[in-house]
Design a protein around this ligand. Structure first.
Ligand code: AMP
Length: 539
């Protein structure tokens, strides 16, 4: 029997019409490189997004063509997020922090036709421009006075050329809308293509209270760059719900972010843990004297949110909400919201729960599989690889088959993350497969050790890696960054850790460093650390 429901496709058209009708006067704020603020509203951004769609089509692009962006977080990037898919085009957000070779590789692999680039990012583009011939490059005036950049086209002129008579194409919900590449710490980046449907459903799910809680009246800041996994879907979810969007531009240091949060009374912000660790240090140092922030909800993902960080930010009225996901999962797949019974637990246990990665979002199916292809029990001890399936989870990579390393025979995405699951269905990630430490045949979780070390009051950051060992195969080494003015002896740190972990988990070596190197998306770069410390050992 067929249903009587209307077959309305889930495409970006509805999101745009809705925001136009209902939220036209809601503010969009962007901070420029000189830290002045650009203020506009949805009405203006959506108007310009329509011009962008029509101008691209009039300029010779066809639905399905890829247009790359090399841009920071600001209103013109939001225009591209909305306008390109409105024209049936596919937005490919280039990761400006990748090596130039890799950026060029992704542009070539995606066969990007045009590029939209921030004026201040032209030097980044020029490092790889010889390696992929975009047909046209439009310079977006963001940091500098609008001027002609010789040899390039002007984004504002493109918008002005738009002809309202050009019809916008009808889209099917499975048509491609966007394209992101995985950050590829090993091997070449891989392309993940999002559809209108997957993006709309993900935007709805992010809006749910237990996940992103995007609500009308919220002022939201994606600190996560708009080139990282769709800025976690916030530009779409925010537009769907009519949130005020406050974009930080290129200044992502703690003081600049705090200034922005205070000035714009931001109520929700999202980013990787390293951002919030720096912010916590700045707030602690200011002792409540410098910034007057509203109560904020902080979405943290990309790496595990250490319990110490969750506790620390709570002291300042910033409530961390922990999510897990990956580029392949749009990216939100799980979140750690407390149930009514868990709200009654002693505070320490609540923190432990909040530091877990939580339960899957509606429509995301999740299982943990052991090496023999069996699901592991929900006893919080057995570990297995997280495998997921759902309407916003990729089923393959662009131009690649479904490699059995990445997809199970029965069609689940193999994430490469290892976790255990408690009786309530909440997962706790112990590691990436490649970061687990195998000592004498037993696994040690580098994430658990890092979280513990970062709970020490003198420690700002810590990463734990496996070092080759003649007897045990591998042993943990901890690289620790202290807070300014603090001192700590390795023995003191080990004494702090001893009550919490088995003695054979304790790192063989603790080294103090000035910083932990970061990846292009701001996570601890363990590959670089392994290369550095293993090489030091060999020499
Ligand atoms: P990316 O595609 O760059 O976003 O990286 C995805 C990977 O980041 C995942 O496979 C995890 O290894 C890691 N990740 C994301 N969120 C979390 C989290 N909340 N806790 C631990 N690891 C995470």
């Amino acid at each position: 029997m067929l249903s009587t429901m209307m077959p309305v496709p889930l495409t970006i058209d509805h999101m745009i019409e809705r925001a136009y009708c209902l939220f036209a006067r809601e503010l969009i704020v962007s901070r420029r490189p000189d830290k002045t603020l650009m203020r506009t509203n949805y009405g203006d951004v959506l108007h310009r997004a329509q011009h962008l769609a029509r101008a691209c089509l009039a300029g010779g692009l066809r639905p399905g063509d890829r247009v790359a962006t090399l841009m920071w977080n600001h209103q013109h990037h939001l225009e591209a997020y909305l306008g390109l898919p409105l024209g049936g085009l596919v937005i490919h957000t280039l990761n400006l922090r990748l090596f130039p070779d890799d950026v060029a590789y992704t542009a070539a692999h995606a066969e990007d036709r045009w590029l939209l680039v921030d004026d201040i990012l032209l030097p980044v583009y020029e490092r790889f421009k010889e390696q992929w011939p975009f047909e046209k490059v439009f310079v977006v005036p963001f940091g500098e006075a609008p001027s002609q950049h010789s040899g390039y086209d002007c984004y504002e002129a493109l918008l002005q050329s738009a002809d309202n008579a050009v019809p916008l194409p009808e889209k099917k919900e499975d048509d491609a809308l966007g394209l992101c590449y995985t950050s590829g710490t090993t091997g070449r980046p891989k392309g993940v293509v999002y559809s209108h449907r997957s993006t709309m459903l993900h935007a709805m799910a992010m809006a749910l209270p237990d996940y992103g809680r995007l609500e009308r009246g919220a002022a939201i800041t994606p600190v996560v760059p708009m080139f990282h996994a769709n800025a976690w879907g916030l530009p779409y979810s925010g537009t769907l719900m009519g949130c005020r969007q406050v974009f930080p531009g290129p200044h992502l240091d703690a003081a600049s972010l705090l200034d922005l949060f205070e000035a714009e009374q931001v109520t929700m912000a999202a980013g990787v843990p390293t951002i919030w660790m720096a912010l916590l240090q700045a707030l602690d140092a200011a002792q409540g004297q410098r910034w007057q922030l509203p109560p904020m909800r902080i979405l943290v993902g990309g790496s595990a949110a250490p319990e110490g960080l969750i506790r620390g930010l709570d002291r300042h009225g910033l409530h961390i909400h922990h999510l897990w996901g990956m580029t392949e999962t749009s990216p939100m797949a799980t979140a750690a919201a407390l149930s009514s019974q868990e709200h009654e637990l002693p505070v320490d246990e609540q923190y432990k729960k909040r530091a877990r990665q939580g339960i899957p979002a509606p429509f995301v199916a999740l299982r943990l599989m052991d090496d023999h292809g069996q699901e592991v029990p929900w006893d919080d001890r057995a570990m297995g690889e997280i495998q997921v399936r759902g309407p916003w989870i990729t089923g393959s990579y662009l131009h690649e088959g479904t490699n059995p390393d990445k997809f199970s025979a029965d069609g689940w995405l193999r994430t490469g993350d290892i976790a255990s699951c408690d009786a309530t269905g909440s997962i706790r990630i112990t590691d990436r497969t490649k970061d687990l430490i195998k000592s004498g045949g037993e696994w040690i979780s580098s994430v658990a050790l890092e979280n513990l070390i970062m709970g020490h009051p003198a420690v700002a950051e810590a990463a734990v890696i496996a070092m080759p060992h003649p007897k045990w195969d591998e042993r943990p080494l901890a690289v620790v960054v202290l807070k300014p003015g603090q001192t700590l002896h390795p023995e003191e740190l080990l004494a702090f850790m001893r009550p919490h972990v088995a003695s054979w988990w304790l790192p063989d070596e603790v080294v103090f460093a000035n910083e932990v190197p970061k990846t292009s998306t701001g996570k601890f770069n363990k590959l670089a650390l392994r290369e550095q410390y293993c090489r030091n050992k060999e020499t």
